[in-house]
Write a protein that binds this ligand. Structure first.
Ligand code: ZN
Length: 499
């Protein structure tokens, strides 16, 4: 646990952030003296469940509570501020058996030593076994008048209904970026640490609503930076991805620039970022743009970032944003189990590029760009070569990069049918100097002479130095298949079929 977290752990309800709906009711109960016997505190990790449980446990024993919080001065408060027999914290993750629950049942009958109440705080209560729950239930059904149980859990849905019905339930919410940022600023001020507001906001948003995580990150940044904590230092300390680079990749997708995507991914990979992190950040960027359009108040950003985001929002539609969010946020498991996560991410980008094109508003934007002066190769007439000279690329480019080039070529020069066919296809590899397009149901489409010619033209245009081979992943009968192809195309087709 971070030292900042320990040092600045709230000791009064007033200093608990983001849970006013909970603390207000608890304070009310203390002031009116209507204390229940069983409470359930549920919510994500690090949002203040145990902290509130501890404050509540002390407050109900305090002789002179101040605004519903323990005074910290009276004899009971003093006695309860160090380890004592009246406030017992049990971690159900490691004490989850029926014997542990029975022990609670026996000991709860002994009256408190210092104050009025004896409090059991049971953390991670959902980890109790079935029989332990039954034993606990017996206690909850007939508790001694001095006993108070506070059950804390991140997963309330795992508790039996019989337990739930006995408890007063409090749902803790995730803490907003603004509230966390304000807390970190306050703590850094108290510690005499200088910081950029940007850096603090970045830490707050990285914590995803957990105060504990936020303070642990703030602690790391404290030891990471010597002088004033900058945005870049916070980014480095967290191993985060540079926003500018993610934005670049996003814009390449929006412009359906496959080549640009490969370069942007390469740049990110070179700086040591995992593909999973890149995918996540992409989804988050699209989500932030969506927020900017529909609920800007929820967005905590600097003016500088906002200006750039507004600019980006101008070239994408809601449909496109939804697609990017769905595509990249669901990529996680695929990336985790893939032997080459980079290809998974690259192909996802290509897929998104394709969607950017079918997206009407993006299409309009592309048309507008074409009208502004970009003339595609074919309309030049005299020359068969594209006007823009093919970029000087290494003959031995990676398979995804080569395929990206083929896709761009189809977009500029070929029919919609070929654009879709090639844009949808993700199964390919390079082996022994051959570029192999592996096919399934789309095999026949790829084997047509016009398709093979078109791909070969793309290979020539972009100096892709591999021999094209189109293969079926599993073929029924090689000879039969070749005969069928020959009948269809009218001549021998340069195709290898593997069994
Ligand atoms: Zn007190």
């Amino acid at each position: 646990m971070s030292s900042l977290y320990r040092k600045f752990r709230p000791t009064s309800f007033e200093s608990v952030i983001g849970q006013e709906h909970v603390t207000k009711t608890l304070v009310n109960q203390i002031e009116t003296g209507r204390i229940g016997h069983a409470y359930l505190f549920t919510g994500s990790r690090g949002v203040g469940k145990t902290t509130c449980a501890r404050i509540f446990a002390r407050a109900i024993n305090c002789l002179h509570p101040v605004d519903g919080s323990p005074c910290g001065e009276c004899e009971v408060c003093k006695a309860l501020s160090s380890p004592n027999m009246d406030i017992l914290e049990i971690d159900a993750a490691s004490n989850n058996g029926v014997d542990d629950a029975r022990e609670i049942r026996e000991k709860v009958n002994y009256p408190p030593v210092n104050g009025k109440y004896k409090i059991y705080i049971i953390d991670e209560v959902h980890m109790l076994t079935g029989s332990a729950f039954n034993a606990l239930l017996k206690t909850l059904e007939e508790p001694p008048s001095h006993a108070v149980f506070i059950l804390a859990t991140t997963e309330a849905h795992k508790l039996p209904a019989t337990i739930l019905s006995r408890c007063m339930r409090f749902d803790f919410r995730l803490v907003s970026v603004e509230e966390i940022a304000a807390l970190i600023s306050k703590i850094y001020d108290a510690e005499g640490k200088k910081y950029d507001l940007d850096a603090v906001r970045y830490i707050a948003s990285a914590a995803e609503g957990s105060v504990r995580d936020a303070l642990s990150i703030a602690d790391t940044c404290l030891s990471f930076s010597q002088g004033k904590l900058t945005y870049d230092e916070a980014l480095n300390a967290l191993g985060g991805v540079d926003r500018g680079k993610i934005r670049k990749l996003f814009l390449c997708i929006a412009a359906s620039d496959a080549g640009g995507c490969f370069n942007a991914i390469d740049e990110l990979a070179t700086s040591g970022k995992s593909m999973g992190l890149i995918a996540k950040e992409l989804a988050y960027y699209a989500r932030d743009l969506m927020l900017l359009r529909s609920a800007p108040k929820l967005l905590v950003e600097t003016e500088e970032h906002l200006a750039l985001m507004k600019q980006d929002l101008g070239v994408v539609s809601d449909d496109f944003l939804t697609t990017v969010i769905t595509l990249f946020s669901s990529l996680d498991s695929e990336l985790r189990y893939s032997i080459s996560p980079r290809i998974v991410l690259e192909t996802a980008c290509i897929r998104a590029c394709k969607l950017a094109v079918t997206d009407i508003s993006a299409l309009e934007e592309r048309i507008a760009r074409l009208e502004r002066g970009f003339v595609p190769a074919k309309s030049q007439g005299e020359s068969k070569e594209p006007v823009a000279p093919p970029p000087a690329v290494d003959l031995k480019m990676s398979a995804p990069m080569a395929w990206g080039k083929v896709i761009s070529y189809m977009r500029m020069n070929e029919s919609l049918r070929l654009q879709t066919l090639v844009g949808n296809h993700t199964d390919f590899e390079i082996k022994n100097g051959e570029f192999i397009v592996w096919c399934g149901d789309d095999y026949m489409d790829f084997c047509s002479e016009s398709t093979i010619d078109a791909i070969n033209r793309a290979f020539t245009t972009y100096n892709i130095g591999y021999k094209l081979r189109i293969d079926k992943r599993t073929a029924v009968d090689k000879d039969k298949e070749l005969e069928r192809l020959k009948a269809m195309v009218g001549k021998d087709v340069p195709v290898n079929i593997v069994k």
